[in-house]
Ligand binder design. Structure first.
Ligand SMILES: [Zn+2]
Length: 489
């Protein structure tokens, strides 16, 4: 039923779109400017350099870590170099920071074998190097764990059953076909245990266990690892192992093999500065009637900590930065102000974008001044169009704007919305806010929030394409006579 009504909505939108092309919804497109943007973005691209700096040189950018702040300062410096106006950091309250300083995990008996594992973010460090036989508790009831009492002291604990369910399928590819789109992140199967996870961890903490190991739910040595910034410093250190390695250890322990592990987690907390930062800059508008209005373009700079945050979200950051560089390089003089924001704290709940919205758009008059927010985040590869969040009138306009970009491989805008990224706080207030459509190939099953989120997952040509598409759409929005239409006030 839901599917049927969705496709009817889409069909109606297509018909309206056809009727409207060339009439009120569309203004003539400035072909000379589109060509200038394409030429700058495809022939003189700095996108690959930006991307490899973000991923290879700066590396992971966990919010609250020194690495995130270093990346944010580097963005400010790039914006200054390009001549953007007023590049600066905007603080927002975040909490204590954390960085991983060391992680080793090895099986040393009955043979030597290094294992793949990562500490959860905000895990406390271990008390130096641990060596011991792991205790398996995946099938232990709470009272059985309690009976172990002091035997838990200093123990390396396998807290869950072997992982048998895996995340094996990416979500559907939204740009393909003409049908409705289902959006949303496929769920990661949770590890199972006879005693609920929180109850196990509470007992391990009370009895001073040394570390908790649990399996991931990705295949082929890939590990998706996140973490909770409110984890207390007194928590048991927590490490996620590649499922295949974890399962091997449990089978060996259950078969009575005398396994010994050697491991160490080094981690540091940062308590002094409890802020994190968004990076903000702009190209001022020149039209006296419109320059107080803003077209905002952005992406989240932060990432999780195991890979280098390449597909999530250095590719999006690269597209946004390079789009701004291009717009400056071709000497745009936009009617509206074009502002750029690179958010922190997205992975902890869209915190940077929410703080920005709270600070700037509390009243309706301020909201009326923001024409549109354009966001680049989920998926990776080329940009195909936008999720239009149910805004039919905006979709007609954006459909027209894709036309001069066809040769770059854009495909379609979809009427459906997407959640879980930084346009959401704007959308919640009725401000038009749209996220780009990209592919999800190997994104859910391989790179999102994993140790495999590395630069090779992204093609340099796709970075150039995404930047050009974003620059053209941003430019169109900045030059249009009217703001992007609202679905509600
Ligand atoms: Zn992301």
């Amino acid at each position: 039923m839901k599917w049927k009504s969705l496709s009817m909505t889409v069909a109606a939108g297509v018909i309206l779109g056809l009727l409207d092309v060339g009439t009120a919804a569309q203004q003539p497109i400035d072909q000379a400017m589109v060509t200038a943007i394409k030429t700058e973005g495809l022939r003189r691209s700095e996108a690959p350099d930006l991307f490899y700096t973000l991923t290879d040189r700066l590396g992971q950018r966990l919010t609250g870590s020194p690495a995130h702040l270093e990346a944010a300062r580097w963005v400010v410096e790039r914006f200054q170099t390009w001549g953007l106006t007023n590049p600066h950091l905007e603080p927002f309250e975040f909490g204590r920071g954390w960085s991983l300083e060391k992680l080793t995990i090895e099986m040393i008996v009955p043979r030597y074998m290094p294992l793949i594992g990562y500490a959860e973010a905000w895990s406390p460090p271990t008390a130096g190097i641990l060596t011991g036989t792991p205790l398996y508790m995946g099938d232990s009831r709470a009272e059985e764990i309690d009976r172990l009492g002091s035997r838990l002291r200093g123990a390396i604990v396998l807290t869950h059953r072997p992982q048998t369910e895996f995340l094996r399928t990416d979500r559907m590819q939204p740009s393909e076909g003409n049908g409705p789109v289902q959006t949303g992140n496929p769920a990661l199967p949770e590890p199972t245990s006879a005693t609920p996870t929180q109850q196990i961890l509470a007992r391990l903490q009370a009895n001073a266990a040394a570390v908790a190991l649990r399996p991931g739910a990705m295949e082929h040595g890939t590990v998706r690892v996140q973490g909770n910034r409110t984890t207390p410093n007194s928590a048991v250190p927590s490490v996620v192992l590649a499922a295949e390695h974890y399962n091997m250890l449990v089978r060996m322990v259950q078969a009575g093999v005398q396994v010994q592990l050697r491991m160490e987690v080094g981690a540091r907390f940062y308590e002094n500065d409890r802020n994190s930062y968004n990076v903000v800059a702009e190209i001022p508008g020149i039209d006296p009637a419109l320059r107080d209005e803003v077209v905002l373009v952005g992406a989240h700079l932060d990432s999780w900590h195991t890979g280098t945050g390449a597909t999530d979200n250095a590719d999006g950051v690269t597209a946004v930065m390079e789009a701004m560089r291009i717009l400056k390089a071709v000497n745009t003089r936009p009617r509206r102000t074009i502002r750029v924001a690179l958010w922190g704290g997205e992975e902890q709940g869209l915190l940077g974008a929410r703080a920005f919205v709270d600070r700037n758009f509390r009243d309706q008059a301020a909201r009326n001044k923001l024409s549109v927010y354009l966001n680049d985040d989920p998926g990776s590869g080329a940009t195909y169009g936008f999720y239009m969040q149910g805004n039919e009138a905006a979709k007609q306009i954006f459909d027209g704007w894709l036309e001069p970009l066809r040769e770059l491989g854009v495909r379609r805008n979809v009427i459906e919305g997407i959640g879980s990224t930084d346009h959401v706080p704007f959308d919640e207030l009725g401000i038009p806010a749209f996220t780009v459509i990209k592919d999800f190939r190997n994104y859910d099953t391989r790179t999102r929030h994993t140790n495999a989120d590395l630069a090779d997952a992204v093609k340099p040509e796709d970075l150039k394409q995404s930047a050009v598409v974003l620059a053209v759409i941003t430019w169109q929005a900045a030059m249009r006579d009217e703001r992007i239409p609202r679905t509600r006030q």
